[in-house]
Design a protein around this ligand. Sequence first.
Ligand SMILES: Cc1cc2nc3c(=O)[nH]c(=O)nc-3n(C[C@H](O)[C@H](O)[C@H](O)COP(=O)(O)OP(=O)(O)OC[C@H]3O[C@@H](n4cnc5c(N)ncnc54)[C@H](O)[C@@H]3O)c2cc1C
Length: 509
Amino acid sequence: MPMAKQEAAPDAVARAVEALTDALGSDAVLTARGDLDEFRDPFWVLGSADHDVSAAVLPGSVAEIQAVVRIANEHRVPLWTVSTGRNYGYGGAAPRVPGSILVNLSRMNRVLEINSELGYAVVEPGVRWFDLCAALEEAGGDWWTSIPDLGWGSVVGNSLEYGRGHTRFGSHAANICGMEVVLPSGELMRTGMGAMSGNRAWHAYPFSYGPSVDGLFMQSSLGIVTQIGWRLMPRPEKYASCWLHFDGDEIIAPVIDAMRQLMLDETINNYPFLGRGVAANAEGQPDLDPDSQKWALRFALYGYAEVVEAKWRIVERVLGSVPGVTIGRKVYDGTDRVGPDRGIHDDRVQAGIPGMELLDLYKVPFGPDTGHLDFSPVGPLVGSEVLKMVRMVRGMYEEFGEPYAAGLMLLPNSIIVVSVMFFDPKDEAKTRAIYDNYDPMLAVMAKEGYGLYRTNIYKMDAVAETFDFNGHALRRFLETLKDAIDPNGVLQPGKQGIWPKVMREWRDS
Ligand SMILES: Cc1cc2nc3c(=O)[nH]c(=O)nc-3n(C[C@H](O)[C@H](O)[C@H](O)COP(=O)(O)OP(=O)(O)OC[C@H]3O[C@@H](n4cnc5c(N)ncnc54)[C@H](O)[C@@H]3O)c2cc1C
């Protein structure tokens, strides 16, 4: 049974808050309920205090983060780190352990470097997509960044969560090249080549001497990341924003097989998105029609004019020959970066131009408070198998009486079959029922060999339970590491189902 009543010990938290205020100043520590409400999960029961933080601390430097970690260890209080706390759909800024102290890094928002020879930026955790894009434009616009659908989150927070973007460099975790991390002991460490003082290739060469540990800090409770190197994309001469439309689920299989061919041979080298039920219409206006049988695939081509033209001819030959599809494109100059009035959302996001319009679209079902829960199993990019996954998930939505809205994210040989349930967080019973739907879906998909790539704070243990090879050998390994480097269990306990020894009985079972 979930142990929802457990929370961080209030006395210890009160002592820690006093010490934090002494160390960082009262401006950097929030305790008033009104100030803390913004860190609630907007997609949970409206007004619920179930996963409230007890305080928030806003360090402005690495030294202040180290002080926060030291104080947490002294008082044995759990911390929950966010970069900008916009992790909507996965808990927002709310912690796994109620009563944790939130470490909000939004004040550390400097773009530390843009290297326009080697194509990387170095950013602090509070740098938002909006900020990085503005800095790149200011630096001359020769480099683009990959972005997710919403521009208000952070490069660091999104990438550490294995977030997805929609340009050539849309596998965000893979774009990280060299990290700086505060460990649970308070010690500062640099990964990769950064382990050598003054190394000249820290953000250019991705590996370490010896084991590479960057992955240990992704979806992780093993450290607080204080800066990362981030790969950029050279501005292409031409960019084609392309689409493919079809009606009915059957055509998914041949479309996916054709896309796999075009992605593996790098004719298409961005990360395409196949959606149904939720889309911006041709005028860029929100359009949500869950009863529609229409599917829309977006993808992009980048490069010199001749290359983009030649790639389009190949796309026409391969995708255009799939019966029942229509395809089209709009071609832009790489320098054509005029902002929100440029094309529709799909045109902008595949060119790394950030915006917030998709959040408005997601408010269509129940107004401004609309909540949604994403369910996101990963599968191989094989047409018959993707169709099977869609039918399985859609069948369960029908069983629950929920409309099926989907957004499938394609990688060259795998796919994340995301679907979305919308609800009104003012309706407590309905909200809880939506979250309850998740468990049977999880069980059915895991039985067929499909695991989730990401989940929200309420389902972290449940999803971790499905990764069960050899009696959860991977989880045991990670918890052995956790205990060794965080014996007091202060950093993000319970994150992704990894519990420190001192709190292991908190695991939902
Ligand atoms: C309409 C809509 C569209 C969306 N589209 C996308 C999309 O296209 N792609 C996508 O990936 N997501 C998408 N999302 C999900 C989410 O909004 C984004 O991923 C968002 O960028 C994450 O917010 P953030 O950067 O503020 O993360 P944060 O809330 O700052 O961080 C997320 C988590 O990462 C960890 N973390 C953060 N910072 C650190 C640190 N410095 N050190 C250690 N751990 C840390 C923590 O566990 C934290 O809870 C969408 C959501 C909505 C509602």
